[in-house]
Ligand binder design. Structure first.
Ligand code: ATP
Ligand code: FE2
Length: 327
């Protein structure tokens, strides 16, 4: 039977229903877009509380399913913004009790990785997870995802969003920077910050704002930020590939929607005699289907949680989670 999954870690509330395969039966989302500036956790949580009941109905309708046909209810337990996580968890607990279905906790980062891995069909690939709050190069080892490299400060998406809002754009910045960058041609000097398999972005944020203050054209700045930041990600993925000596690269997370990043990683992988894969955009950004799919894997491996033990975990890391379905 299919599993229903609820996503609510940050800006997006989403409910997905997924069957074996993965076959995505529905994936109903509603993103909170602040009128100005970045995300305020309480405002985003209020948004999620308002839209989630309707999204549950939409997801069931689009999948042509009744609650009795749902195997389990999965939810993002962490990491994320506390108030946002609690909004989704409350809806998940309610459905679990009402429908008498098991409640299954899912780590949001693992879900980004699992949906991408399943769609790629590549069992032991290296994973490049690039999203709002996270930037990690990941490989599986002994029942867990191991973080080989990651950002030392902010996630790449948060860096892009912050820069873009400071330049007068709106949230989310990543897709708008991608559009603007198509008009740019001059490569401006920005800090290229790779430390082993780790990266850092705050220096590029400061330097980007300084260039803008000196009158750099926004398309050139967007182009330069993309080339530099995605070059950094491609380099750490290549370092990890070289270290492992084998395997393809699978991209996941919202920033993996980006055409330039996809192309840079594809070219790097091809030059090393391997390949890369990225899911369709709707399954890269935050979505309920990835939670449902990971919930399905977890539930089939015997994982479930009692309502009284289902507190959210805003700081849970990718590498803290056991993966009984992968052992
Ligand atoms: P995390 O998964 O770390 O908790 P998140 O859930 O906030 O972060 P996602 O929904 O996975 O993030 O990704 C959102 C991010 O993806 C935003 O920062 C947004 O700017 C970025 N993004 C979306 N589309 C693109 C694109 N085409 N190019 C670059 N960045 C993009
Ligand atoms: Fe995410």
């Amino acid at each position: 039977m299919p599993v229903l999954g609820i996503e609510s870690t940050a800006h997006t509330a989403s409910v997905g229903i997924v069957a074996e395969g993965p076959e995505v039966l529905s994936n109903a989302s509603d993103m909170h877009r602040p009128k100005a500036g970045g995300i305020h956790p309480r405002e985003a949580a209020n948004h999620h509380v308002e839209v989630l009941p309707g999204l549950v109905r939409q997801a069931l309708d689009r999948a042509h399913l009744r609650p009795a046909e749902i195997e389990a209810v999965a939810f993002s337990q962490g990491p994320g913004l506390g108030p946002c996580l609690r909004a989704g968890a409350t809806v998940a607990r309610t459905l679990s009790l009402l429908w008498e279905r098991p409640l299954v906790p899912v780590n949001h980062c693992v879900a980004h990785v699992e949906i991408a891995r399943a769609l790629s069909g590549l069992d032991d690939a290296l994973l490049l997870y690039a999203s709002g709050g996270n930037t990690q190069v990941i490989a599986h080892g002994s029942g867990r995802y191991r973080v080989l490299g990651e950002t030392l400060d902010v996630g790449i998406g948060n860096f892009l969003d912050k820069l873009w809002i400071a330049l007068g754009g709106s949230f989310p910045g990543g897709p708008e920077i991608e559009r603007e960058a198509r008009q740019g041609s001059e490569l401006l000097p920005l800090p290229y910050s790779v430390h082993g398999m780790d990266v850092a972005f705050s220096g590029m944020l400061t330097a980007g704002l300084a260039l803008a203050a000196k009158g750099a054209a926004r398309p050139d700045l967007a182009y330069s930020v993309e080339v530099t930041a995605y070059g950094m990600l491609t380099e750490i993925a290549e370092r990890a590939l070289a270290h492992r000596g084998q395997g393809a690269v699978v991209l996941g997370g919202g920033v993996a929607c980006n055409g330039r990043l996809r192309e840079m990683v594809r070219a790097m992988a091809e030059a090393r005699g391997t390949s890369s894969f990225a899911p369709p955009a709707s399954l890269c950004v935050d979505n309920g289907a990835m939670i449902a799919w990971t919930g399905l894997l977890a539930h089939r491996a015997g994982l479930r949680i009692a309502v009284e033990d289902s507190a959210v975990l805003p700081r849970q890391r990718t590498d803290q989670v056991e993966l009984p379905w992968r052992s």
